[in-house]
Design a protein. Structure first.
Length: 559
């Protein structure tokens, strides 16, 4: 355990693992240009700007073609930003209005940064990428080397305000052992690349600048902590323990079970036949969440009965022959807000996250839900499978009752998602109406904390370890225990090995998330007893802050 008098800074954990090395901060970015005299030859200045932007784009594209996977994708996306006609056109206008090329690049960037920030969500997370493109163009215009991170000659933990894709995509995981940023959210490029490199990563660390270059730190990517100048022996032991856990994860093949033999179904979230077939290659006992709306995002009109039946069949069949299990939980269309469907549109709404979305779309589009249930029933009959069916965004017990009646009429097993605080508070009444519930912690956290799940700025609030969220989950789990009905968790919380133990301790019976997370969760559960999970749940519920909840749960599991 870490000595209590060490300074610990905290952030949002995004990739697990423990690393111990000195801090490296990236070198300074190019200074923003001071106002300068208007260029004499405007056409020549426009050409100078355009050719600098084109060189930057070419270099990024060359690096993209030398990279693979996500790194290649993010580099191509950044290259496309350097070629963006809107951005280039805005800069050109500035030049023609009298700004030198560097000032024009900075002005155009400011315009787009303001626009992206206002749009929020994923767009706001691209601000860092845009500023990176600006800095590269400024360096090119000044004839300086490309800004970015120098390759260290020893192991380091990279600290930064935020990292652009072009910074992160070239990182060598043998040298850069961990990533820590002051900004960024769980979906930022830093997080995506850290996941691909498999190195621990913590983002949104407010007081990061208190830790200077060269300081020895331990980064714990599961706990979201950075211990400054730790006890060296303890730090090495923590790194070794995390390595052992990674080895156990690599060896874990299921089934989901605590060390004392309590079964917990470890399931996968999928969105179509292909992702279901990929999921079936992981050690999962089936599908805990089939997000049907994601298969139809590009459709202008409602898919036909036959098209829908074929899709649902594919997912059921992907697990039909699986030795690990063949459970499939199909969620009816969760259209609206962050997942708009053209054929189930609710028009312009002032606040789509609180508008006609999820099950509410079915009320606004009579027949849509019934046709989907008919297709699911047909797929079940044709495959001989028995999928469970659940509705998203249920707010009241009456909605649960009506939905369950529609589902049971087709001889299917009926459940609802608990992702609105009202549903969590009314869990006993809702469970009385259905056969099972599944907690969508992504939305439950968003609505409990009144914080947009896509906002990087609010990452500290949209953390499922927020004790208020844990309290609601525990209420649902307790209702499930009392009713003796299954309570699953199918939000991203189910991918966090430490939180998984807490959820199981509360009485959650299945955990469904990205299939890649299954082994980590399964291996963590296999190391602990149900009594330890229950102690971890109690300890976490007894706190008032996410970091304290994590620390309390981890301590309870160790003892
Ligand atoms: C959730 O909200 O946790 C959930 C699983 O649903 P989605 O992420 O699709 O909204
Ligand atoms: Mg949801």
């Amino acid at each position: 355990m870490t000595a209590p008098d060490r300074v610990t800074v905290r952030g949002t954990p995004v990739v697990g693992g423990v690393a111990y090395a000195p801090v490296m901060w990236p070198g300074p970015r190019p200074a923003l240009p001071a106002p300068g005299p208007a260029p004499e030859d405007l056409d020549a200045e426009v050409d100078r700007f355009r050719s600098a932007a084109a060189s930057v784009a070419d270099r990024l594209r060359a690096r993209a073609s030398a990279a693979t996977g996500v790194a290649a994708e993010v580099l191509s996306a950044t290259a496309a930003m350097a070629e963006d006609r809107g951005w280039i056109g805005t800069a050109e206008k500035s030049i023609r209005a009298g700004s030198p090329a560097p000032n024009a690049a900075a002005e155009a960037t400011e315009t787009f940064v303001a626009m992206f920030t206002k749009l929020g969500g994923l767009m706001a997370e691209r601000v860092t990428d845009l500023k990176d493109v600006r800095d590269r163009v400024l360096a090119e215009l000044a004839g300086q080397p490309e800004p970015g991170i120098t390759t260290p000659d020893h192991e380091v933990i990279l600290f930064a305000d935020d990292l652009a894709p072009a910074d992160t995509s070239g990182l060598d995981p043998n040298r850069v052992r961990g990533l820590v940023t002051r900004l960024g959210g769980p979906t930022s490029h830093t997080a995506i690349i850290a996941r691909q490199l498999g190195i621990p990563c913590v983002v949104a660390v407010g007081d990061l600048h208190t830790v200077p270059e060269g300081t020895l730190v331990v980064v714990d990517g599961s706990a979201g902590t950075i211990v400054v100048e730790p006890d060296a022996e303890q730090a090495r032991a923590d790194v070794a323990a995390s390595r052992r856990a990674a080895e156990e994860t690599a060896r874990w093949t299921g089934p989901g079970r605590t060390a004392d033999g309590v079964d917990v179904a470890i399931l996968a979230n999928v969105q179509d036949g292909a992702s279901a077939r990929t999921a079936a290659t992981h050690p999962v006992a089936g599908v805990g969440l089939f997000r049907t709306e994601l298969a139809f995002l590009d459709r202008a009109s409602e898919p036909t009965h036959d098209e829908q039946t074929a899709l649902y069949r594919e997912v059921i069949e992907a697990f039909a022959a699986s030795e690990a299990g063949s459970k499939v939980v199909i969620r009816t269309l969760d259209a609206g807000s962050d997942k708009p469907l053209l054929f189930a549109d609710s028009g312009t709404e002032a606040n789509p996250a609180l508008g006609v979305r999820g099950l509410r779309v079915a009320f606004a589009h009579p027949g849509l839900l019934e046709r989907q249930l008919d297709a699911i029933a047909a797929a079940a009959e044709q495959t001989g499978g028995s999928p469970w069916v659940m509705a998203p965004m249920v707010a009241t017990a009456a909605e649960a009752r009506d939905f369950a009646a529609d589902v049971r009429r087709r001889r299917l097993v009926a459940g609802v998602m608990i992702e609105i605080p009202s549903a969590a508070l009314l869990a006993p009444a809702i469970l009385a109406e259905v056969d099972f519930v599944s907690i969508g912690t992504n939305d439950l956290t968003q609505y409990t904390m009144a914080a947009d799940r896509m906002s990087a700025e609010l990452a500290q609030l949209t953390d499922p370890w927020q004790p208020a969220v844990l309290a609601l989950i525990e209420r649902v789990a307790a209702a499930g225990r009392a009713a003796d009905k299954p309570v699953g968790v199918c939000g991203e919380a189910a991918a966090d090995p430490l939180l998984a133990c807490v959820l199981v301790g509360m009485g959650v019976t299945s955990l469904s998330s990205a299939p890649a997370a299954a082994a980590g969760v399964g291996a963590a559960l296999a190391r602990v007893t149900m009594a330890q999970c229950m102690a971890a749940a109690h300890a976490a519920l007894d706190t008032a802050a996410p970091a304290d909840a994590r620390a309390a749960a981890a301590a309870a599991l160790r003892s």
